[in-house]
Design a protein around this ligand. Structure first.
Ligand code: BTN
Length: 327
């Protein structure tokens, strides 16, 4: 994003109308230059309203993410505070950013948000569509002492924490799809991508990436290859992204504080009560093979259990697996 676009946004973020001429004057450019940049911002997905003779403003209820606002929500709630909160207008991927920083210095307990991602990543090498201001794109870095073994089921537990944050905002029918999709009524609302850095046998860090669709432009959504939804469609009241960001941090940091001690077993019942596919006929696929059976929930390690036609139970754990309803 260019400096001029950034400056235009900073002015529009007060929610009021600004004429093209005044914007140009304030920023030292022509109104045509302002108009061109506004068009580009709109094309990125920003909800800009224009009224002839009055000017431009950001759509009502839209707010840019702000570290100060997020911190204010957190301190008001008495929530755990990240060591640092960074907000970027544009990043390749918040997971990639935090990963690269973590290699250079201690970064544990920090959180990064981006308004858009130019190379957002989903599970199994898929792209994660990340238009400007349409979602929450966040990553947290957390240091663990006891190695990979203690992290079994962490990504499922993060799903429980994300669901708790959404319940607090009044979303009553959020479900979870193994291993870590956030669903509402059979449609995907968000996803979680965990990546490990360091020594799987000892001290390691985990990048926890969370993407939640808030107000996805319909055109951008056409590129998403599965049924999806966003909070704008599912929530009765408008969702403030800074508040949502703070609630996600609150719930995920509360979980991280003692996950190494309590493990996934402490979250299993809640996960199962929210399981979108429980008891349904499903197919689990790896890059090489697939198995079909009835989904029987998850075990204490976060592995999904499938009852095959011969009555045996087969467990599957993480990685490159995909799970879908059998047609
Ligand atoms: C999935 O369901 O496939 C996981 C999606 C995870 C997307 C988030 S958005 C923030 C973070 N940065 C990324 O590049 N990906 C994760």
């Amino acid at each position: 994003m260019s400096e001029l676009q950034d400056n235009i946004l900073a002015v529009l973020n007060d929610g009021a109308f600004h004429s093209g001429a005044k914007l140009g004057l304030a920023l030292g450019v022509s109104r045509t230059a302002v108009w061109k940049q506004l068009k580009k911002l709109e094309a990125m997905g920003l909800p800009i309203e224009s009224v002839k003779g009055t000017g431009y403003r950001l759509a009502q209820g839209f707010e840019l993410l702000s570290a100060a606002h997020i911190s204010a929500y957190l301190s008001q709630a008495g929530a755990p505070m990240p060591t640092q909160i960074e907000v970027f207008r544009s990043l390749e991927s918040t997971n990639t950013y935090i990963r690269e920083r973590a290699v250079k210095r201690a970064y544990g307990g920090s959180v990064v948000f981006a308004e858009r991602q130019t190379a957002g990543r989903g599970r199994r090498g898929k792209e994660w569509f990340s238009p400007f201001g349409a979602s929450i794109y966040m990553s947290i870095l957390w240091d663990f002492e006891q190695g990979a073994q203690a992290l079994e089921g962490l990504s499922l537990a993060v799903g429980v924490a994300v669901r708790r944050a959404l319940l607090e905002l009044g979303l009553a029918n959020v479900s979870l799809k193994w291993p870590n999709d956030i669903y509402v009524d059979g449609k995907k609302l968000g996803g979680i991508l965990l990546e490990m850095i360091g020594d799987p046998a000892g001290h390691c860090s985990v990048v926890i990436g969370v993407g939640i669709n808030v107000s996805m432009p319909v055109v951008a959504g056409l590129d998403i290859a599965q049924p999806w939804t966003d909070l704008r469609s599912e929530s009765l009241s408008p969702i403030l992204r800074n508040e949502l960001a703070a609630r996600l941090i609150h719930q995920i940091f509360t979980l991280l504080a003692d996950f190494e001690t309590v493990g996934f077993a402490a979250y299993r019942d809640e996960w199962q009560s929210a399981d979108a596919f429980d008891g349904l006929q499903c197919t689990v696929s790896t890059p090489r093979e697939s198995a079909t059976g009835v989904l029987m929930g998850v075990d204490d390690g976060g592995a999904v259990r499938l009852r095959l036609a011969d009555g045996t139970i087969q467990r599957f754990i993480g990685g490159e697996l995909s799970l879908r309803l059998t047609k």
